[in-house]
Design a protein around this ligand. Sequence first.
Ligand code: ATP
Length: 361
Amino acid sequence: MKVVLENLTKRFPGRGKKDADVIAVNRFNFEIPDGQLIGLLGPSGCGKSTTLNLISGLETPTEGRILFGDQDVTALPPEERGVGLVFQNYALYPHMTVEENIVFPLENLRGEKRMSKEAMHQKAAEAAKLVQIDHLMERKPRELSGGQQQRVAIARALVKIPRVLLLDEPLSNLDARLRLQTREELRRIQRETGVTTIFVTHDQEEAMSISDLIVVMKDGILQQIGKPQEVYDEPVNLFVAQFLGTPQINVFEGEIRGGKVMIGKEAVLDAPGKREGEVWVAIRPEGFMPDPDGPFTCRMDRIEVMGRDVSVVSTHEKMTGRNIRSIISAEIPVDSRAETIRFRLRPNKVFLFDRESEARV
Ligand code: ATP
């Protein structure tokens, strides 16, 4: 099911004089293609949950429309939208068994959708099998691990075969290893069912690893939408560049002069045809290549071993953060006792942004 957001806006009125109105979602216009997994990504408070709640019908938009396929669902209550919802605290019913939890949404179906007991159990068994908890049907939630409970919640959301599956930080209660495993499973389940899925997270790595498309938000405003690799490789502004990637991109005060990118007194890269003036120069950690004759000189701090790669930590007076982090293959010799280190830069890993607007130049 394709999902279309048209001019979608949600304004929460402030309470009292000092509390201004919040525009949690500001004129969203985008289309989520049928059968895709979309990662909705951004820092805390940027409006991710509000967007999801608008799509599910738990919140009413101040302006704009939501379409599922060609159907305008903006005025429909949540139960008539055909969405499956999974939240961070999966809210299973503690006194019910796994099977009863999964069957529950089916028991509430009325009219022609009403199901026989047998049909309900059949559907529950299918959903449980999909998330691989079919051997745990008689247990109570407290007898399950966090990851198993989360799968029950997903099975419960899937049992009615939703038109759209909405997941709000579904993995944040899991430990690191389980989180990794469950996200891969989520991807598998999504592929198998083909249900259009919207996945909210503040974890950029999580979103990048499983999404077909990512939507990056900031302060209620959509910054960029695209395939994870495209957004990483071609960020439209400094915020997006900084939000994606670990270690974070390194940002320097620089300028364009005489067709060159200058950081301090050094011309670090060619920039033919770019408008002269001050810019932010942002360099991905993998954009630095140690080279004794390289044009960019930094002060060596230390080397951190990562296994296959090493992280060279250095400093520079024009760097906006504390340290420059560059990721270099462990096979390349680097002298950690030297005072300085010189780099050549990979042009496709260097982005220039306007000093004022922070848009890509
Ligand atoms: P987090 O990652 O912390 O959950 P989020 O990106 O999901 O954040 P939202 O929960 O959508 O962010 O909130 C977006 C903004 O809207 C915040 O500034 C929040 O304070 C505000 N907000 C959310 N719900 C309400 C509400 N019911 N009344 C007033 N303001 C609200």
